[in-house]
Write a protein that binds this ligand. Structure first.
Ligand code: FES
Length: 182
């Protein structure tokens, strides 16, 4: 094999390598670009504002707090089970509810409801919340986050697309050290 042939083979392999790397980079960039542009696309905006049903209000008897499941409104086809989520529904009376995020307001561990003590407890660092979601003890600086809800035709709907968290860009810490979200 002469020098010319060897050079052309080397050039061809180098070009193939560049092409292959470019292909991989393009594939990896798709989710990043989608994420970066997600707030621009109107359908994504709509999903943020969509109301999700938790089912019939009859599932939530007055005076009780029960777990309810829903699917994340931002879910994509390939998200599978990772898009399934849950929340705590407290029925005060037939027309008054509180729907709490499952995540602790400290670092996001899932809280559990203990009807015997009337407290939500966090297994991670001992955070505790009263039945109305307000902070009872432990490291959380505030109460549980709540979803806006509405009742239509006997079904309970929540607006789960824009739950504020301490990491929310619009969250501020006020003079008492509590988080305020607009
Ligand atoms: S995550 Fe719940 S107390 Fe820390």
């Amino acid at each position: 094999m002469n020098l010319r042939e060897r050079l052309s083979r080397r050039t061809m392999l180098a070009n193939l390598g560049i092409l292959f790397n470019g292909l991989i980079a393009a594939l990896l960039a798709i989710p990043i670009v989608r994420y970066a542009l997600s707030s621009v696309f109107p359908d994504q905006k709509m999903r943020w504002q969509s109301w999700l049903t938790l089912g019939s209000v009859d599932q939530f008897p007055p005076g009780q707090t029960r777990l309810a499941a829903f699917r994340n409104p931002h879910a994509l086809q390939w998200d599978g089970k990772t898009a399934d989520s849950v929340c705590w529904v407290r029925c005060i009376n037939a027309n008054a509810f509180q729907v709490f995020a499952i995540n602790c307001a400290h670092l996001g561990c899932p809280v559990r409801w203990f009807p015997q003590s009337g407290l939500f407890m966090c297994p991670c660092h001992g955070g505790a919340y009263y039945e109305d979601g307000s902070r009872a003890a432990g490291p959380p600086l505030r109460g549980l986050f709540e979803y806006p809800y509405k009742i239509e035709k006997g079904e309970l709907f929540i607006n789960a697309g824009q739950l504020p968290t301490p990491g929310d860009p619009y969250a501020r810490v006020d003079s008492t050290g509590d988080f305020q979200c607009s």
